[in-house]
Design a protein around this ligand. Structure first.
Ligand SMILES: [Fe+2]
Ligand SMILES: [Fe+2]
Length: 385
């Protein structure tokens, strides 16, 4: 209620943004320069803050526990509560990350495209935020990155060249790259086969990479020149690729799987019944699966039958995130962290004001729309047997 009557021009409040089994990310819209101390039980962490918005991660916390947190800056002391999650059953096997909706080359934001960076710096904020997101995901332990579309703001050679520079800066990180509708808005007539000196392919059908405990599949759902998506070309290849795996599958798409024929929110994704048929077919495979998309620039989680289905917000505008996945023998956990680099979070805090502040809650979703520990139903039974 307090958030509803707070002006959208006021900074976002200090809040528990993300939780995992042993860590929480606390973000804040403004704090004066000086020390910030976060106290969780007997643990205390103090950082010297340069002023403005920021993020602090507190780790080594007990799992499955309600923690009382005190956040103290020069301006205020705020009491927060965070419940750490339980890890999925079994050993931790691998970690990977996703980013989407980088929109590299974009210069403007907001309904009327009036929000810009002062001084129009080069590289622009989409590149800097994506770079910081990848850097932070690697530090978190990501062994692979999926770029889930709208990597470029338009199908333009200069933007693909900038994307190439970005991926070349992380030569040791395996990546899967799929197009979004913005990458093919010239009907895919000039979409390059690869980007960067590393020649990272734009996957035009289905690609995959295996990590311990998971097969990661990325599939192109774009319809060149259109905003909505389609599974027509990739429905069967995804199922084949998933069914050939000896482990559960993560499926990264650009457009979201709509539960209904008509979209309940903008932009349009992949309409039902094709989406529901796809999820029903996934449920019939021997191993479990989850699906995650971008495109909507918002965070949401639902479960269809036994399949976890998530949407993760954009890297480049509020809230400015990457998603981390920890793969266990009996399940997978998703955490959505805000990009914490000071330069990045200053922009995302500003971009929160889009749509007269409606964008703030709409894009962020709740903590339950971002972070989840999910048990593989079929593979957990195998683990027990
Ligand atoms: Fe997008
Ligand atoms: Fe999109």
């Amino acid at each position: 209620m307090i958030r509803k009557i707070r002006s959208f021009r006021q900074p976002s409040p200090a809040q528990v943004w993300a939780t995992e089994s042993s860590s929480v990310q606390i973000t804040f819209g403004h704090a004066s320069a000086g020390p910030i101390t976060v106290t969780v039980g007997e643990k205390q962490r103090t950082v010297n803050h340069e002023g403005g918005p920021g993020s602090i991660v507190v780790d080594q916390l007990a799992a499955g526990t309600e923690h009382q947190i005190e956040f103290t800056s020069r301006d205020e002391t705020v009491s927060l509560t965070a419940v750490t999650r339980q890890d999925p059953p079994g050993q931790l096997l691998s970690r990977f990350a996703t980013i989407s909706d980088l929109h590299i080359g974009a210069r403007r934001w907001g309904a009327l495209r009036t929000m810009t960076e002062s001084g129009n710096p080069t590289p622009g904020h989409p590149y800097r935020l994506a770079h910081a997101a990848i850097t932070e995901a690697i530090a978190w332990g990501a062994q692979l990155l999926v770029i889930k579309g709208d990597a470029a703001n338009h199908e333009a050679p200069s933007m693909f060249a900038e994307l190439g520079h970005l991926v070349d800066d992380f030569p040791d990180l395996p990546m899967l790259l799929i197009p979004g509708n913005h990458d093919v808005d010239e009907e895919a007539t000039t979409l390059p086969l690869t980007v960067g000196d590393r020649q990272l392919p734009y996957i035009r059908k289905v690609g995959h990479h295996d990590l311990p405990g998971i097969r990661i599949v990325a599939a192109d759902t774009t319809v060149p020149g259109r905003g909505w998506g389609s599974l027509t070309r990739v429905h069967s290849p995804i199922l084949e690729c998933s069914s050939e795996a000896d482990r559960p599958t993560f499926i990264g798409l650009h457009q979201q799987l709509q539960p209904g024929r008509l979209p309940r929110q903008w932009p349009m994704g992949i309409p039902a019944p094709a989406s529901n048929k796809f999820l029903d077919d996934l449920s019939s495979l021997r191993h479990s699966a989850m699906v995650s998309s971008g495109h909507t620039h918002r965070n949401r989680i639902r479960v269809h039958s036994e399949t976890l289905v998530t949407e993760v917000a954009s890297t480049k505008d509020w809230p400015g995130v990457w998603a981390g996945y920890a793969v266990h023998e009996g399940g997978i956990s998703q955490t959505v962290r805000r990009v914490a680099a000071p330069d990045a979070i200053r922009w995302t805090e500003y971009s929160r004001q889009a749509l007269l502040g409606i964008w703030e809650d709409w894009a962020a979703g709740s903590l339950e729309d971002r972070c989840i520990s999910h048990q593989w139903s079929r593979d957990f039974e195998t683990l027990l047997s």
